[in-house]
Design a protein around this ligand. Structure first.
Ligand SMILES: *Cc1c(COP(=O)(O)O)cnc(C)c1O
Length: 471
């Protein structure tokens, strides 16, 4: 295929995309395939001779698409959304056509400067003060790894990268038991070790970490000769929306001189609505904050915004200057964003955020988020009134958990797992389960870009139609 063929095939792809999205409601949300069903239809080796684009597209339609779970389905209520607003998909088509490597300022000055500007738009939108600088990472997991590496290197006076950790006292990182597994991974990868991730119990309706217990853990660790290095707080935990009291955590961090990272990967998007910003009151004192515009906000995956009070510490942790990366602009006050992230190569991610923010305006995005929050609250209220159902964790923004425990239920975990399975086999909606205080519960989040109030009503109908049929 050459670029002249691309001209017409690209137009076909645009038509295909519009048709696909127009027919999403007719498709089961979750793929209804069995393990191995797709791979069995794929030749064991690559073709030796070229095949036609028509043959490839035929197989896309008949082999691949039936095995896809439709993340852009309006009734996708599982996990968290991975919204791709049409305008961000459009932006991505330009990005892939340009196909630039945006690792250094010089390798794409416009990409670097647009990244600086769009991150600053986001900073203002979510109410972070001027002192924060932003960078777009590939994922919240990477941003958290960057933060943990910075905690490690700052605490070891930048000796860890050089000498390794074997001659050091063990570092300690503190987080609640509700944080995402990307925190565990960052602790593993950074060489700090899972045993040194101190999990502070959480309590109360927000499932916030107990800051008295946090203080005690730090005191005990110092007395025992450990090196406290940082605290990771979360706002909108993945399981049930757990949110730490950021101001209280920052008080402890300030008194102890500890670096802080706040994981608001999902909930951070809602901070563009001033009325929700109270959930992270105190955020202006964090060292590092991550949120994913690629979740709720609609900037097609991948697009993680990572904000730092002092990017110099991160750069000191990650920057390497071999001869082949030196550029003559190096001391002209420019930013080489590859020094702010683990991979060297970088996609041009700022373009889709720029298209998105301009095409919808902050108000357009706020309307969507406010709708989702109010629809989720409405559904939680309806389920709470429905015999047999109980709300386990109240809505945190648009996420809540519930379970079905009709009178005489013997094994609630088994019944609720059966309910999730039956709902997902039905196909009209897609939900997932989690555990809250040991009990299996069902998660619901409203967040799909094209979700409507009627789609949330459908969720109520599906849940309450299917539940009584279980035995
Ligand atoms: C989704 C999520 C993550 C992981 O995000 P990635 O960008 O996929 O790495 C981390 N923390 C929370 C709270 C999340 O919701």
């Amino acid at each position: 295929m050459d670029w002249e063929n691309f001209r017409s095939r690209g137009k076909d792809a645009a038509d295909w995309a519009a048709d696909y999205h127009a027919t999403l409601r007719e498709r089961p949300v979750r793929a209804q395939t069995k393990p191995g069903e797709i791979i069995a239809q794929l030749p064991a080796s690559a073709p030796e001779t070229p095949e036609t684009i028509d043959a490839i597209l035929h197989d896309l339609e008949h082999t691949i698409m039936p095995g896809m779970t439709h993340w852009q389905h309006p009734r996708f209520f599982a996990y968290f959304p991975a919204n791709a607003a049409p305008v961000s998909v459009l932006a991505e088509s330009y990005v892939t056509a340009i196909a630039a490597q945006c690792m250094l300022w010089q390798t794409s000055p416009a990409a670097t400067e647009l990244e600086t500007r769009t991150c600053d738009w986001m900073r203002q939108a979510i109410g972070l003060p001027k002192g924060f600088s932003g960078v777009i990472q590939d994922s919240a997991s990477t941003a958290t790894l960057c933060a943990v590496l910075t905690m490690r290197e700052k605490t070891l006076a930048w000796e860890g990268n050089k000498k390794g950790l074997s001659s050091q006292k063990p570092l300690r990182i503190y987080a609640s038991a509700e944080v995402h597994t990307s925190i565990d991974r960052a602790i593993w990868i950074s060489g700090i070790g899972e045993a040194n991730l101190v999990r502070i119990p959480s309590r109360g309706p927000t499932r916030a970490m107990d800051v008295t217990a946090l203080q005690h853990a730090i005191d005990a660790d110092r007395a025992a000769g450990f090196l406290p290095a940082g605290i990771i707080a979360c706002v909108g935990g993945t399981s049930a929306g757990a949110s730490d009291d950021i101001a209280a955590v920052m008080d402890v961090a300030a008194a102890e001189g500890l670096y802080t990272h706040v994981d608001a990967a999902w909930a951070g998007a809602a901070m563009i609505c001033p009325e929700f910003q109270s959930v992270w009151a105190g955020i202006e004192r964090a060292d590092s904050v991550v949120l994913n515009p690629h979740k709720w906000l609609g900037a097609q995956f991948d697009c993680t915004t990572h904000f730092l009070q002092d990017p110099a510490s991160l750069v000191k942790t990650l920057a390497i200057h071999p001869e082949y990366l030196k550029t003559d602009g190096a001391d002209g006050g420019i930013i080489n964003y590859s020094e702010w992230s683990v991979p060297l190569g970088r996609r041009f991610r700022a373009l889709k955020l720029w298209f998105l923010l301009r095409a919808h305006g902050l108000n357009g995005l706020r309307d969507m988020i406010r709708n989702h929050v109010s629809w989720a609250q409405g559904l939680a209220a309806r389920l709470a009134e429905t015999p047999g159902f109980e709300i386990v964790t109240a809505p945190m923004l648009s996420l809540f958990t519930f379970r079905y425990v009709p009178q005489g239920t013997q094994d609630s975990d088994a019944l609720n797992q059966q309910l999730v399975n039956a709902i997902n086999a039905d196909g009209r909606i897609y939900l997932t389960q989690t555990r809250v205080d040991g009990d299996l519960v069902i998660r619901f989040q409203a967040g799909a870009w094209t979700c409507t109030a009627e789609d949330v009503d459908t969720a109520y109908d599906v849940i309450t139609d299917i539940a009584p049929t279980l035995t």
